[in-house]
Design a protein around this ligand. Structure first.
Ligand code: ADP
Ligand code: MG
Length: 749
């Protein structure tokens, strides 16, 4: 049985639509102990034949047998294993790892086979002795001469200790003296291995070869000295030839995890410039990803910190929105303390309404503006007077001819209806108007409506009610209620402590009626969670509706649930949780912010949030995917830069592949390197944040990281980066292993 048998094997190259024949219908038997020299003019197919034999390239036609087994079903992975077990390659261009030392290069071949360190050390030293390189053991390969490099390659092949050694123009780049040494080494090796050498310089080998094959135009045209004649050579040592076969354990071990880790770490640092570049890229990635992360988080925090008031339409640069850190309502004393604090120009107590408009209308005119307490009005109105009666309001807006119509004075004394969020309606009378010059402020909307305090708290309650999550627990069932018309409504006819339900609720109880049972109402909002137990006073139907509620027209009200206004206020009237403070000068902003934070308030400086007028839905619908897209973009940029930087790694991994390493270990080695760089980049980032935190380097922007990122966030960030590093190494390896080994080497080199 031949070691290698080719039967009518052909290989074609496809490039740019042209098919070129590499070898065609080659028949060949090769055996252990042979020293085969393949010659022929350039382009005759010598390299192609060698690459097919060594499984570096695929073939398209015919059959190849390795120790009797057919290989046409072999996958790339099978060929890697085949190479690991049978083949050592030597190339004209050496294919060594030039950033490794001589020792490391030779050891690599054994490491891939999973030998232990002690064994490797001993054998590599022995081999280096044999090829005459002991003195250069710790020298980097890049610093060797061509002849020395080829010796290293031969040493590596010896260390690999396979049955077959193939060499493609091993002396092609060498002077004749060095070449002679190489030929002698190969001859020695050939005593117990199959050695196949491609050369166009037959003279160098003619005294040693046991067999000469001549190729022309992809075909074997001459084959002299095959098997029987080589056996006739008598000057070979007695232990040579076929006896060697049994020496090799046919089960090759594979590279250990420890070695993979070692190689990964070595690769990380053995080219310092490359390491620094890579580190820079990863620092950029850390920065970009964390910036995205912070910005998403900041949006979310901003939104949740301010509760339901998500729409800050007023970005006055002097405005700071504050809430108490203990989430309780503002008291009169709080307001006074704020008002009297240094550098405070004014405060807006009913801040929650400062960003939403209130509308009033009658059949001739309508007006919308920010609702403000009358106490906030400075000075006298331009037209009319300050409020004189309980329902008087003062309007303020531009004197532009349409805000108040052609004749603003005509509105004084007129009656309007104001609608609140929970369906309340108020009759009001305009007592005065403030006319603002048109360019007064580009920030604070156009118009304001100054309302009496009682109306302000009604409106505020309406807002709180409509933003609360209200539920009713009845007979074990929980239902969501909507405060305001159509849902939970106040009714004076319902006594305190009672609730009036539509008749449909009767059927919820097995007795057939609801009256006398209890229900729990619960109003939950950011700042409070209120429970109220009420007794069902009864239900209303078609006939009883008017009598029980004092209202007309059941159709309009059907489904409504009635409670006493006192109970309603208990649920929703919780005071004001949010106030705006205006500084006298924007330059005092930072100081003011610090003072407020120290005084027990959360602050939100509106000018910093010009682009943040979005609610949490918008954050998750737009901001989050955007952050993901940015991170993906960063990933791809990082990938291509890493690929560029790691150009030589491509050659490195192609070389490992030629030595028979599979995709998985290669991927792990790459992963170690990228993860390590990533960890170092992250550590540097951490140091930077820490220094910033300690005030050793101060950067305003970076303070954001510290305020917005918790330990958990740093962990999440680290995971994202690690995943990126792993993905990049995965992609990298896929591209290395996409082609045949030779194809990827050609591509990478
Ligand atoms: P030799 O090693 O004897 O010089 P090769 O085996 O390299 O010859 O080439 C044999 C034939 O295959 C030549 O005609 C060459 O042009 C073609 N060939 C070799 N490699 C490739 C390739 N990667 N792509 C396309 N054609 C190739
Ligand atoms: Mg060639």
């Amino acid at each position: 049985m031949s070691m290698i048998r080719l039967k009518n094997v052909s290989k074609f190259y496809y490039s740019k639509g042209i098919i070129a024949s590499g070898i065609s219908k080659v028949n060949l038997d090769l055996d252990a102990g042979e020293f085969v020299v393949i010659t022929g003019e350039s382009g005759s197919g010598k390299s192609t034949l060698l690459n097919v034999i060594s499984g570096l390239d695929t073939y398209e036609e015919g059959e190849m047998y390795i120790e009797g087994s057919e290989t046409s079903h072999y996958t790339a992975e099978d060929f890697e294993r085949y190479r690991q077990k049978y083949i050592s390659c030597i190339f004209q261009s050496f294919n060594l790892v030039s950033s490794y030392t001589v020792f490391q290069n030779v050891a690599l071949a054994m490491e891939i086979d999973g030998h232990d360190g002690h064994e490797i050390k001993q054998k590599v030293n022995e081999i280096l002795n044999k090829v005459g390189l002991s003195a250069y053991k710790n020298r980097k390969v890049s610093k060797l001469s061509g002849g020395q490099k080829q010796r290293v390659a031969i040493a590596r092949a010896l260390a690999k200790d396979t049955k077959i050694l193939v060499a493609d123009e091993p002396t092609g780049n060498l002077d004749s003296a060095s070449a002679e040494g190489i030929v002698e080494l190969l001859t020695e090796i050939a005593s117990d291995k199959l050695v196949v050498v491609v050369t166009h310089n037959y003279d160098q080998f003619k005294d040693h070869a046991t067999r000469v094959i001549k190729m022309h135009d992809g075909k074997i045209v001459e084959d002299t000295g095959a098997a029987e004649s080589s056996a006739a050579k008598s000057d070979l040592p007695a232990h040579g030839r076929r006896t060697a076969r049994s020496e090799h354990s046919s089960e090759k071990r594979s590279i250990t995890y420890g070695t993979q880790l070692k190689l990964g770490v070595r690769n990380t640092f053995n080219l310092p410039a490359k390491f620094l570049l890579l580190l820079l890229v990863f620092i950029f990635v850390v920065g970009a990803v964390s910036a995205q992360y912070v910005s998403v988080k900041k949006q979310k925090d901003t939104v949740s910190e301010e509760g339901w008031n998500n729409y800050f339409t007023n970005y006055d640069p002097k405005r700071i929105v504050v809430e108490k850190q203990d989430h309780t309502a503002f008291t009169r004393a709080d307001y006074e303390a704020l008002e009297n604090a240094p550098h405070v120009e004014k405060i807006i107590r009913e801040d929650i309404m400062y960003d939403s408009s209130v509308y009033m209308e009658n059949d001739q005119f309508s007006f919308g503006g920010f609702a403000l307490s009358i106490g906030n009005l400075e000075g006298e109105p331009d037209l009319g007077t300050l409020p004189e009666k309980e329902n008087d309001v003062v309007l303020s807006g531009y004197d532009d001819g349409w805000t108040f119509g052609e004749k603003p004075a005509d509105l004084i004394g007129k009656e309007f209806t104001v609608m609140t969020d929970d369906g309340g309606e108020y009759k009001i009378r305009v007592s005065g108007i403030v006319l603002k010059p048109e360019d007064d402020s580009m920030y604070s909307g156009n118009s304001e409506m100054y309302l009496p305090d009682s109306m302000m708290s009604d409106i505020r309650r309406g807002m709180y009610a409509s933003y609360s999550n209200t539920t009713m627990l009845i007979n074990g069932n929980e239902e969501k209620l909507y405060p305001g018309a159509g849902g939970l409504v106040t009714n004076e006819n319902v006594p305190e402590g009672y609730i009036l339900l539509p008749t449909s609720y009767d059927s919820m109880f097995k007795e057939g009626y609801a009256a006398g049972k209890e229900v729990d109402l619960r109003a939950k909002a950011l700042y409070y969670d209120e429970n109220l137990t009420l007794m069902i006073m009864g239900t209303y139907g078609e006939k009883t509706f008017e009598k029980k509620t004092g209202l007309k027209n059941l159709e309009e009200h059907d489904g409504e649930i009635y409670i006493n206004p006192v109970d309603y206020r208990r649920l929703y009237e919780k005071g004001s949780f949010q106030t705006s403070v205006f500084v006298d000068d924007t330059k005092n902003m930072e100081g003011m912010k610090d003072m407020l934070e120290r005084g027990g308030y959360h602050t939100l400086v509106l000018k910093d949030h010009i682009f943040n007028f979005m609610n949490s839905d918008i954050v998750s619908v737009i901001q989050l995917p955007l952050a993901v897209i940015v991170c993906l973009a960063v990933f791809f940029v990082a990938y291509f830069v890493v690929r560029l930087i790691l150009k030589s790694r491509g050659v490195y991994f192609a070389t490992l592949r030629m030595l028979g390493m599979g995709k998985e270990p290669a991927r792990r080695i790459m992963r170690v390197e990228l993860v390590l760089v990533c960890v170092i980049a992250y550590a540097l980032f951490g140091v930077f944040i820490y220094l910033n935190y300690r005030g050793l380097i101060f950067n305003d922007k970076l303070m954001d990281y510290i305020t917005y990122l918790t330990v958990r966030d740093y962990a999440v960030l680290a995971v994202i980066l690690l995943v990126m590093a792993v993905l990049i190494s995965g992609r990298f390896m896929r591209s290395i292993f996409r082609n045949s080994a030779m194809g990827s080497y050609r591509e990478e080199a």
